[in-house]
Design a protein around this ligand. Structure first.
Ligand code: ATP
Length: 284
């Protein structure tokens, strides 16, 4: 029996000079799943992604990955300014030795899939908008057919129509491949739309304070599901505290997490570093 691939962090921490920015990070991401990291600005999400990407050395805790072909899309598209968009997308294929004709064919096809026009693919990065550059960066990662995709807010510069198209593209990619995604987003709705597990972080030091599992497959989530579960998340005490939102009042002294769970199905709190009442594991 083969054991499915996974990424596993245990007691992972990080300090810049003497300042600890991440501590005690535990999570597991099996192949086929999307994990979304959400949390306030500065809580260490990018640092965690950089550790996973190997851009920072792991000095505290353990990070084990069975994935052999990771690819990352960072907040800044980091395109080569002297290359056309098409060549930027094809860059990794070139490094892999794929012949010019074939790499241009694949880059062109994926460029169109992320919503770029054929003539945009002939342009240089400075001739593209920020959102177009983000799409080039996403295509550059996807064309490599990674088994682990690391995304740092890749959709933040896009309008809602394009976001919806790329969400569908990502879900499709995942459905057809042996792949896992670890993504950072500031957008809770985006996390509820795309992720199978939602990891909520809090700062000082950066740590995971709650994990929610979403049972319904991403391709089967409609707008109503996303709105309902985003609203539920926003009622959760740990989520509110993590983002610095004021606590909500609870009816007749009932614990807030339980009140939340009665509201609907599909979102399950599986672990929380919050109040003891929230730690029990609640099925919504
Ligand atoms: N290279 C660095 N040197 C020193 N401190 C850093 C460095 N990079 C990040 N930090 C600090 O580490 C903390 C976490 O930063 P990080 O970028 O990981 O947070 P984040 O959650 O991704 O933030 P945002 O959502 O705003 O992108 C912040 O306080 C930041 O100032």
């Amino acid at each position: 029996m083969t054991i499915p691939k996974r990424l596993q962090a245990q007691g992972l921490g990080h300090a810049y000079a003497l300042r600890t920015v991440l501590a005690g990070i535990d999570f597991e991401l099996p192949v086929g799943q999307v994990a979304a990291l959400v949390g306030p600005s500065g809580c260490g999400k990018t640092t965690l992604l950089h550790l996973v990407a190997g851009l920072l050395a792991v000095r505290e805790g353990r990070l084990a990955s069975d994935f052999a072909a990771p690819a990352a899309v960072f907040q800044q598209p980091r395109l080569l300014p002297w290359n056309r968009a098409l060549d930027n997308i094809a860059l990794g294929l070139k490094a892999r030795g794929v012949v010019r004709r074939e790499r241009e064919r694949r880059a062109f096809e994926l460029g169109l899939r992320v919503g770029l026009a054929a003539d945009d693919l002939e342009k240089y990065p400075h001739q593209l908008s920020g959102g177009m550059q983000s799409r080039v960066a996403l295509a550059r990662a996807l064309v490599m057919e990674p088994d682990l995709l690391l995304l740092d807010e890749p959709f933040s510069a896009l309008d809602i129509g394009l976001k919806a198209e790329l969400y569908a593209l990502l879900a499709e990619h995942l459905a057809g491949r042996e792949m896992a995604v670890l993504m950072i987003t500031h957008d809770l709705m985006e996390a509820v739309r795309l992720s199978d597990q939602l990891l909520v972080m809090a700062p000082d030091p950066g740590r995971i304070v709650a994990r929610f599992d979403l049972a319904r497959p991403a391709l089967a989530r409609d707008d109503a599901f996303v709105y309902q579960h985003t609203a539920e998340l926003l009622q959760h005490a740990t989520v509110r505290a993590s983002f610095g939102l004021p606590a909500l009042g609870t009816a007749a002294g009932a614990p807030q997490a339980e009140a939340t769970c009665q509201a609907g199905g599909g979102l399950r709190l599986v672990a929380s570093g919050g109040a003891p009442a929230a730690r029990r594991g609640l099925q919504c």
